[in-house]
Design a protein around this ligand. Structure first.
Ligand code: T46
Length: 133
């Protein structure tokens, strides 16, 4: 099964422009407890480099683009998030890295849990040990 789970977010456009609405448990399979966004990423900077033990997320570039690399400890796959209607679901125990941010990139993330630093696995060898147990 592919690591890349994309959701086509419905664009409710009319002659004035476009609008995307994302509803919990309808377009995405979880309740949203937190929203954050990443912007003004400096040239050449990559982010992420961690996994989560218990967190569902939807990531969408609402402006610009970046490349998301996902790794389950065996396979690695990457995908461009390059449209405000292209959402990427990221589940538990998946290492993620974000690369190649465009200058104008705004990466919006909807998350199933509140922020909890103890949920992060930030060391790659701890991650591979935890998924290969
Ligand atoms: C993820 C990827 C896609 C908070 O205080 N609250 C928050 O909700 C978040 C997300 C972060 N922070 C603090 C923790 C750090 O001091 O903000 C700082 C930057 O966070 P971090 O280095 O974890 O950022 P990224 O871009 O490496 O990763 C983020 C999310 O943390 C992570 O859950 O999946 O984006």
């Amino acid at each position: 099964m592919s690591l890349i789970r994309l959701i086509d977010l419905p664009s409710l456009g009319d002659e004035r422009g476009s609008l995307v609405a994302i509803e919990a448990n309808k377009h995405i399979p979880f309740e949203v407890k937190r929203v954050y966004y990443i912007f003004a990423t400096q040239p050449g900077v990559s982010r992420g480099f961690h996994a989560h033990k218990n967190l569902q997320q939807l990531a969408v570039c609402v402006a610009g683009k970046c490349r998301m690399l996902l790794d389950d400890g065996i396979d690695k796959e990457s995908v461009w998030l390059d449209s405000p209607t292209k959402g990427l679901l990221i589940g538990n125990n998946v290492w993620r890295e974000m690369h190649d941010f465009s200058d104008d990139c705004v990466l919006l993330v909807l998350a199933s849990e509140h922020y909890d630093e103890s949920d992060y696995i930030r060391d790659y060898s701890d991650f591979t040990k935890s998924v290969n147990k």
